[in-house]
Design a binder for this molecule. Structure first.
Ligand code: CAA
Length: 258
């Protein structure tokens, strides 16, 4: 796959997608987001892929939506033609696990895109924030909704209203990222985590992702019922037979293709 604003690579069962507009700190424009949607759709549909890693450069995961592209947009451009964020939610339709590997700036739309990943591994130079207010707009890709669900109302209001950025250590402390590693180790850490996931039965990894995401959309009782149905349906998968019998036979399970 050849793209203008992305670099894609496959290593074993892991697909790596790198946002690649380094001069603009990976500012997110329509073309890049179209390409991202295309790459995600193709990797999600590829049975040889078990996990996807989304990353940027050492300096920026993404410094937000492209301000140069949108500075002169009118309300009609953004509403009728749905410019800027029309194609951002492809990532939410990906059924396989997606790890965000964040170095440098993840600001505005960059932080929102990161929060659409299933979990985040950050370099120790990562900086997160929602500074949209400083350029006269609200967040437009879920910042006011996903941030409070992730880090709580008080922290979210603080970041959204003051536009301050937080470092990787604070992001880990408040649960925005799952791990922080030295910047030079970021990709290795993310690819190793992704390879671990890709070696699990993909069908079950997809069920777990589905169930966790359901937690944010429904009541606890309904979510637990949903999980129970998935648990029961797992008994219809070859992965369950292989996993449990391998345990009892004291051997490693073989989940290839499951
Ligand atoms: N859009 C377009 N270009 C951007 C950009 C953005 N969001 N962020 C950085 N760039 C460009 C700069 O214009 C600059 O380009 P030139 O070299 O051609 O001048 C280049 O990237 C490097 O940036 P700086 O010179 O500013 O680098 P710095 O190290 O001094 O500062 C920064 C880095 C703090 C990230 C600063 O660039 C910055 O504040 N960027 C804007 C962050 C922001 O406001 N993001 C929110 C955008 S709105 C949004 O995202 C809406 C939404 O929710 C969907």
């Amino acid at each position: 796959m050849q793209y203008e604003d992305l670099i894609v690579d496959v290593q074993g069962k892991v697909a790596l997608i790198r946002l690649n507009r380094p001069k603009a700190l990976n500012a997110l424009n329509d073309r890049m987001m179209d390409e991202l949607g295309d790459a995600l759709r193709k990797f999600d549909a590829d049975p040889a892929i078990g996990c996807i890693v989304l990353t940027g450069s050492e300096r920026a995961f993404a410094a937000g939506a492209d301000i140069a592209a949108m500075a002169d947009y009118t309300y009609v451009d953004t509403y009728r033609d749905n410019y800027i964020t029309r194609n951002w939610e492809h990532i939410l339709r990906v059924r396989k696990p997606v790890i965000g590997a964040v170095a440098g700036y993840a600001l505005g739309g960059g932080c929102e895109l990161a929060m659409m990943c299933d979990f985040l591994i950050a370099a120790d130079n990562a900086k997160f924030g929602q500074p949209e207010i400083k350029v006269g707009v609200t967040p437009g890709a879920g910042g006011t909704q996903r941030l409070p669900r992730t880090i709580g109302k008080s922290k979210a209001m603080d970041l959204l209203l003051t536009a301050r950025t937080i470092d990787a250590a604070e992001a880990e402390r408040i649960g925005l990222v799952s791990r922080v590693v030295p910047a030079e180790m970021l990709l290795e850490e993310a690819m190793t985590a992704a390879a671990t996931i890709a070696d699990m039965p993909t069908s079950v990894a997809m069920m777990i992702k589905d169930a966790v995401n359901r937690a944010f959309e429904t009541t606890l009782t309904e979510g637990v019922n949903y999980e129970r149905r998935l648990f029961q349906s797992a008994f219809g998968t070859p992965a369950q037979k292989e996993g449990m019998h391998a345990f009892l036979e004291k051997r490693l399970p073989k989940f290839d293709g499951l």
